[in-house]
Design a protein around this ligand. Structure first.
Ligand code: ZN
Length: 261
């Protein structure tokens, strides 16, 4: 009985060993059979960058749920994905000249490069948009420190109206804007955002519209708000080092969040 068991164990070990060897061999030959594009897309670094994009660029998040550092990671991952294909193309080109690779081997790489460049553009514009949202929130937070200049247009303009901004009022503004311009009003922050919160501001019940107060849409919007007695802040100033964070904040000024409860 003991003898039989040993035989059966030896047989099992042998079968297992053989299977593992076959599996390893086939995996190796599979790797060597990968075409140049697959060699890039099957690499651990490329898969890691793809994961970063899935978590950021393709994630079902509101844009302002992405923190600034995640934006950087997103753009960097997209840049590396472009560079990796470019490197592969540079590597393959002389081999095609030498006849080691067929000329049509480069086509899938070029198509992939095109796709990855478009993804990079998308990531860059998403990142820019998110930075603008953060800048608008910064501008609101620093507005208290701004001093009104005489002569030049002030950095911010305040209209108190009746001091109220309710949901029906918001709907009314949105509908009137769409009727006037036949396009959606560019709301950049609706209620509280992580950016306002991180700066200690309660932005609930307030919205930001990504319009300069002096562009035609901004001028129209301010006039409409004044006619409706809806409070707003018009921000013209830019955050130092950035192009512009101009916007119109509708609703009463943001309240400072209580430091602790
Ligand atoms: Zn605001």
């Amino acid at each position: 009985m003991r003898y039989r068991t040993t035989i059966s164990t030896v047989r099992k070990v042998f079968v297992y060993g053989t299977l593992m060897t076959l599996w390893t061999l086939s995996a190796q030959s599979l790797t060597s059979r990968l075409n140049p594009l697959e060699k890039v897309t099957h690499s651990a670094a490329d898969i890691a960058d793809e994961t970063v994009l899935q978590r950021t660029l393709y994630a079902p998040l509101r844009p302002d749920d992405l923190a600034a550092e995640q934006c950087e990671q997103m753009v960097e991952a997209a840049q590396r994905r472009v560079a990796r294909i470019e490197e592969k193309i540079t590597e393959i080109k002389p081999l095609i000249e030498q006849g080691i690779f067929a000329r049509n081997e480069i086509k899938p790489l070029e198509e992939e490069l095109d796709l990855r460049k478009r993804t990079l553009d998308l990531a860059a514009s998403r990142s820019k948009f998110i930075r603008e949202l953060a800048d608008m929130a910064k501008l609101e937070a620093s507005a208290e420190q701004y001093q009104m200049d005489t002569g030049i247009k002030p950095v911010q303009e305040r209209f108190d109206g009746n001091g109220q901004f309710t949901t029906p009022m918001l709907k009314n503004v949105i509908l009137a804007y769409e009727k006037q311009f036949a396009k959606a009003m560019p709301i950049s922050a609706n209620g509280e955002t992580p950016f306002h919160k991180s700066m200690g501001f309660d932005h609930r019940g307030r919205i930001d519209v990504a319009l300069s107060p002096d562009q035609p849409e901004g001028v129209w919007l301010r006039q409409f708000l004044e006619k409706e007695q809806i409070p707003y802040y018009a921000f013209r100033g830019a955050v130092v080092g950035r192009a512009s964070a101009a916007h119109i904040h509708i609703g009463p000024p943001s309240m400072r969040l209580r430091v602790a409860d």
